[in-house]
Write a protein that binds this ligand. Sequence first.
Ligand code: ZN
Length: 165
Amino acid sequence: MSESQSIVDGMVVTMHYKLALDGGQVIDQSEGEEPLAYLHGAQNIVPGLEEALTGKSVGDSFDVSVPAEKGYGPRAEEAVQTVPRSAFPDGSALEAGVSFQATDQNDRPIMGTIEAVTDDTVTVDFNHPLAGRNLNFSIEVVGVRPATDEETTHGHAHGAGGHHH
Ligand code: ZN
């Protein structure tokens, strides 16, 4: 029954994807793994990709280039912050390039990446690693089905390729 269903809000979509930066560097892909499942219309994926998937159905394959504004947003210079070394627990590995998880003002988890370290300070970039980047997706839709009530309540897909809990 699901073969002809097209993607609208409230559907669980299963897809294979490949994500490349401008220049062709592939940074993420589902090949060799189970396809990704997400709940359409619930901001599980970046807005530009969600827009491109709207109306597609099983078997559709397409490429879409999502600009940063509809991806992870532009880079914000104010998201680069210099903090005292003492803000980190003793024994932390403090060197450029190291990523760690912190929490923002709203207590939500965010990733920080250390840009520079001095004797007294650590400069951290809290921008999403893909902020300011165009995202070039290759997509193959492999499943479309209505979300269960539980998935709708949780705001994400369950089962293979989705959340397990
Ligand atoms: Zn859930």
